[in-house]
Design a protein around this ligand. Sequence first.
Ligand code: KIV
Length: 291
Amino acid sequence: MSAPVRHSAAGSSALPSLAAARERSTPIVMLTAYDYPTARIAQAAGVDVVLVGDSAANVVLGYPSTRDIGVDELLVLTRAARRAVDAIPLVGDLPFGSYEPSDEMAVATARRFVDEGGCDAVKLEGAGPMLSRVRAIVAAGIPVIGHVGLLPQSVVTPDGYRAQGRDAGQALGIIGDGVALEAAGCAALIVEAVPEAVAAILTARVSIPVIGIGAGAGTSGQVLVFHDLLGLGEGHVAKFVERYAEGRQALEEGARRWADDVRAGRFPREEHTYAIAPEALAEVNQRLGRE
Ligand code: KIV
């Protein structure tokens, strides 16, 4: 496995494969992954970039909010994904509370994701005061992906997960935030849960790749959460998710068949067991005083 790529440039040259895809108008495919097998699957499936998202809080660790996952927890998952991903960029999500308070904290956390997690870039949510955090992290030589529109780390109640930018003021705010994040040095943007027309305007107004989730087809690419895409989660999924497999059902069915086979004496069979030479077994029995 090759070592993570170290980037020093800001802006679109910092993640060259994504910048080139936007240049060619080839849609960028980003998928989240959170451990060795999911990251291995993502890379084998041919995605362009893996994001170890803080959505791990919900889909892997069972927390109610992405705000609940800490740096140390996400770094364990990031390192596992890094061991799996050797041919495409790996992006680490900076957890809630790990970068907002100061530029120094933002740089220190981003550095941990590069040095300890092996990330090629980090992602953070928001603009405004976060522009300074982006500038500081980029100045430290670490590529940054910005995130605008719905910002899950800012959601504090379940009804907060709703589309953004549906009135002119909010739409202009999201577009302005994206433009400002590019100027601050972001290498790419995620835009989440905004009308297609708004995401398309944002994409046209910046020259870096814009990767959408619930933002229609007018962006430079798409990202989805692994467990949503492949049906590993339970309960409600957002309107913008399409299930491409029923993974949970398939896995549950496999586990149930195995449990049934164990209980019915159908597993294990001879092919699953190890043999011992008759004379060795005879000696064991003899030394234990068995017939
Ligand atoms: O954490 C995450 O998975 C994300 C994606 C949904 C973009 O931020």
